[in-house]
Each structure stands twice: as structure tokens, then as C-alpha cells.
Design a protein around this ligand. Structure first.
Ligand SMILES: [Zn+2]
Length: 289
């Protein structure tokens, strides 16, 4: 009994120390005025412009202070604009802090409605956390030396995804429509689908050229070639699962069938957030929905 109690205590201690684990903020230059910031959660894109800093996604609220301190190494100007690539908390958690220090938040309209609805269900809405300018299919933002385009892609990772392209810098931020070198998370409960996910990659490949630097939602900075490899993986694995569905295989059989993903499991695609089993299950569920 005493032993159990001690074990319980040490587990609690372990959990809280893991949550407080030091997160290191790293900022890497991507092009002349564009940077990629990594900490914990989705990769942040940073664009330094004549009006201040414009960032894409803002990770978690608890990291905002660290992120803002890190951004000071790029510019003394404040964050004036934020675009959320989608509504997940590891991309929008810092919204309130960014709003409070004067930023305007932009996102596809479904991002705002999903965040607002989730807060309504909990009892109250905090308007500081929400995007205040929303768009439907797309948006253009003009700066002195840069032209930024946001493209909404339908039902991919969620139902509110946007790809953000910096035309002069030739940098594309794909949010979670791209997990570089890993199986992606497709949020079927928030309007995501494997077919839409594949279309989002195809759309990104139309925007990108051989020199484009691609910031994925998760994983290392990528090239067009990396994205092509990712798309080939998605198409092959999806075709493998579709073949099984056409042959009458059950969900359970697909989930257990390692051969469907073996080629890419060997290339480490299953070593991230989504393991091979979960990838096969998600694709099965998406194709049979
Ligand atoms: Zn996400």
C-alpha cells in the first residue's frame, strides 16, 4: 500500500515536470525577410515587413512570452498580424496573447467558427482568442516588397486549412496539410479527408517551383521534392487501402494489414505522431465515410 502511494506521487511529479519541460525556441532564416520558428507545436512562419512582424500560427499560450522574446532578435517591431493555418490549439493557442499585444488575427472562416463553437460549449467566448478578419476562398495582402496569398484548401487536414504563399520570398507555409517525412494527422472529426488532403498537396505543388522553401506544419523545412515524395506516399497508401476496400476487406483487416504501409514504414514515416496502424485506420475511415 505504501509502495503504491509512493509510486502515485512520483507519477504526479513526473507529469508536472514533463509539462514544465523547458521548450527551446529556435529561429532559422528561410529567405531574406522570412524565418521559421520552432518551439513546441506547429512550425511558425515569420515575415519581417515595414509594418512589423507578421506570423503564421502561434503555438501555445504558455510559450508566447518566449516566442515574443525570440522574435526580438529579428526586429524590435511588434507582431502586427497573425494568420492561423487552421484551428488546432498547437497553432492558435497564442492568439489571445498576440491580440493583447496589438496583433490582428486572420483565418479562413471555419477556423473562427470552430474556435467560437468550442468555447460556447464550455460556457463563454473569449473574443481575444478569435480571428477578427476571416476569408472564404482566399486573401491577398500587399506589402512594400512582398505579396502574400492565402489559399483555402477544402476538407484536407480540417475544413478550415489555408496555404500561405510569399511570392517574392518564394516561401510556402502549408500548416498541417504537410507533415514532412511523416504520416499526417487527418482530422476526420473536423472536416478533414484523405482525398482533400491529397488535393491540398497537389495544389501546393502547382504554387511551388524547384526553389520554393516549404514550411510544413510539423517537421523540418522542406523543398518541392520533399512534398512530391510525401504526395507519392499518400497516393500509394491510399490506393492500397482502396484496393482492400474494393475487395471487401473490413476495417479491422485493413488496420492489421501491415503490407499496406510497409514500404513507407521502412522509410520511417510512422515514427511521428501518427503510427502506421493509425494511418491505415484513418484512410479506411475516410474512404468509407
Ligand atoms: Zn493541426
Amino acid at each position: 500500500m505504501k509502495k503504491l502511494f509512493i509510486l502515485g506521487l512520483s507519477l504526479i511529479w513526473f507529469t508536472s515536470s514533463a509539462q514544465q519541460k523547458e521548450v527551446t525556441i529556435t529561429i532559422d532564416p528561410v529567405s531574406e525577410n522570412i524565418y521559421m520558428l520552432t518551439g513546441q507545436g506547429g512550425n511558425i512562419g515569420v515575415f519581417k515587413n515595414e509594418k512589423g512582424l507578421f506570423i503564421i500560427d502561434d503555438q501555445f499560450a504558455r510559450l508566447s512570452e518566449k516566442i515574443l522574446t525570440g522574435l526580438k532578435t529579428i526586429s524590435d517591431n511588434p507582431v502586427t498580424m497573425v494568420i492561423n493555418t487552421h484551428y488546432h490549439g498547437d497553432h492558435t493557442g497564442g492568439n489571445e496573447n498576440m491580440t493583447k499585444q496589438g496583433a490582428t488575427i486572420f483565418a479562413q472562416k471555419n477556423v473562427r467558427s470552430r474556435m467560437e463553437n468550442a468555447q460556447k460549449e464550455k460556457g463563454s467566448v473569449n473574443s481575444n482568442t478569435l480571428p477578427v478578419i476571416t476569408f472564404d476562398e482566399g486573401l491577398q495582402l500587399y506589402f512594400k516588397d512582398e505579396n502574400v496569398k492565402a489559399y483555402h484548401v477544402h476538407n484536407a487536414h480540417t475544413d478550415g486549412d489555408a496555404l500561405i504563399y510569399f511570392a517574392n520570398g518564394n516561401v510556402l507555409h502549408m500548416g498541417d496539410t504537410f507533415f514532412n517525412g511523416r504520416y499526417p494527422y487527418v482530422d476526420l472529426n473536423s472536416g478533414g479527408s484523405i482525398k482533400g488532403y491529397i488535393k491540398a498537396s497537389e495544389k501546393a505543388l502547382l504554387i511551388a517551383n524547384d526553389d520554393t522553401k516549404i514550411i510544413p506544419g510539423h517537421g523540418a523545412l522542406a523543398s518541392k521534392k520533399d512534398l512530391q515524395g510525401f504526395l507519392t506516399m499518400l497516393k500509394e497508401v491510399t490506393a492500397n487501402v482502396q484496393k482492400e476496400i474494393d475487395a471487401g476487406s473490413s476495417e479491422d483487416a485493413v488496420v492489421k494489414n501491415k503490407a499496406l504501409t510497409a514500404k513507407y514504414d521502412a522509410k520511417d514515416f510512422g515514427s511521428g505522431f501518427i503510427n502506421p496502424k493509425r494511418m491505415r485506420k484513418t484512410i479506411y475511415l475516410s474512404l468509407t465515410k
